[in-house]
Design a protein. Structure first.
Ligand code: GTP
Length: 202
């Protein structure tokens, strides 16, 4: 069909420009469930098969918080050490970090300190929100880290703590809602402070 000027009842550029851009990165040891969390939130899907991320995966969703449409870009970083250089390239202007561990894998909990250091070292000075995500809570019988330990670690770093299961969906939407509403609060505060347009945050 031939498209003529004015064919659409609205200007798509205006619609897109009105959305607030948010960049979220997911970090944590390989296999903790970062890709599955993003997939669950963006596509409402879960894959039991493990395909380790090569470098980085990307997800996108338009999500509304407090009547504000957010255009959310997820950078799901490969957890394996050898991808440090790739991750390092992608941290700049991050607004939210999901620090993910697997509640059945104590080593992944002990790695949080190193992941936090990496994100602090590599991110720009842009205001960012960090949330601790305790994933795989559906596997309660194999649990190796208690909720109390997780909450204590998060509180000692002044971060929010959420428990999720990408497999069942438990806690996933609540975790993303919490994180994105905190991002919005920080963005509004920054906008008020600098009086710049939020549409430029990308
Ligand atoms: P890298 O890409 O290597 O950094 O790993 P990742 O953190 O992205 O892990 P991924 O999402 O690929 O999940 C790893 C494995 O854990 C897969 O087999 C998933 O199916 C499984 N998994 C992820 N989340 C959950 C969960 O909430 N519960 C259970 N039971 N399994 C999960």
């Amino acid at each position: 069909m031939e498209r003529v000027r004015g064919h659409l009842p609205f200007n798509p550029h205006e619609g897109i420009g009105a959305l607030v851009w948010v960049k979220v990165v997911g970090v944590g040891d390989s296999g903790v469930g970062k890709t599955c969390l993003v997939k669950r939130f963006c596509e409402e899907k879960f894959t039991p098969k493990f395909h380790p991320t090569v470098g980085v995966d990307y997800g996108f969703k338009i999500h509304t918080i407090d009547k504000t449409d957010l255009r959310v870009h997820f950078w799901d970083m490969a957890g394996r050490v050898e991808y440090y250089d790739v991750r390092n390239e992608l941290y700049s202007q991050t607004q939210a970090v999901m620090l993910v561990f697997d509640v059945t894998n104590r080593a992944s909990f002990q790695s949080l300190e190193a992941w936090n250091r990496e994100t602090l070292r590599c991110s720009s000075s842009f205001p960012s929100v960090t949330i601790i995500v305790a994933n795989k809570v559906d596997q309660d019988i194999e649990r190796a880290v208690t909720r109390e330990e997780g909450e204590r670690w998060a509180a000692s770093h002044k971060m929010e703590y959420c428990e999720t299961s990408a497999a069942t969906g438990e806690g996933v939407n609540g975790m993303f809602d919490k994180m994105l509403s905190d991002v919005l609060k920080v963005a509004i505060a920054a906008q008020n402070a600098s009086n710049t347009s939020m549409t430029k945050i990308k």
